[in-house]
Design a protein around this ligand. Sequence first.
Ligand code: PAF
Length: 288
Amino acid sequence: MSLNIITTIADMQSVSSALRKEGKSIACVPTMGYLHEGHASLIREASKNHDIVITTIFVNPMQFGPQEDFERYPRDLERDIAIIEASGGTYVFMPSVEEMYPSNFQTTISVGNISKPFEGIYRPGHFEGVATVVAKLFGATIPDAAYFGQKDYQQTLVIKQMVKDINMSIDIHIVPTLREKTGLAMSSRNVYLSEEEKNSALVLQSALNIGLSLIAEGMRDRALIEQAMIKELSTIQEFRIQYCHAAKAETLELPAEFAKTDEIVLLIAGFLGKTRLIDNMLYSRTLE
Ligand code: PAF
């Protein structure tokens, strides 16, 4: 099937409604464009499980802070379309800012506790922007399921919470982070990094691996796990840590001591030069 590009909410809703009437199952893959192999893996996964995959491309101004990179966020539509086609996507929903946020737009969705720590501290308002736009994208694409990358770990929890709280009947699938051969987590923002910075950025992955090994060896003292990760991060002087935590994977709580059975997420964020990097890894006993 060739790729169909839709730019208005009304057209998207009528196409989706018609497809649903035909009994097709629909998956939505929300993106901000400048796609990479990580996005392709979401589209491929979605197309394995659903008849129709709608990839949305929308650089959402509402989730960027005033000092952030909205204006310079990378864009390459032609390449995006080629990646979507090659990955099995069937539709692209690509609204304008005016279409999504007309002048009388008045509603924001604010998810509670889960959006407060970590990114919530360093990017105030970010998750309101994400939750609001994702709810709007769901309202336009009317999907049965949606696919997100684990790379934005806290975002996945915020979206799951929103979907549950406001009774959206949409299955949320989380797909593991894809990494470059070097181990660098794939991200559209990696294009900002020089070759030297890309090398330095590998410290995030090595710090996360140190944390994971300690937990696998039985360490459950949060401060000790975090200290070991911070020590590793400090080997790269240019990396300015914003946070480096081990948290309960479902709730993001920070206990002094984890229970043996806890699923644990290790989360790091900080700046390398002008580029903000985030990464995470999950420890689950089932991985042992
Ligand atoms: O993860 C992203 O690319 C964005 O936050 C999302 C989910 C597409 C909302 O704009």
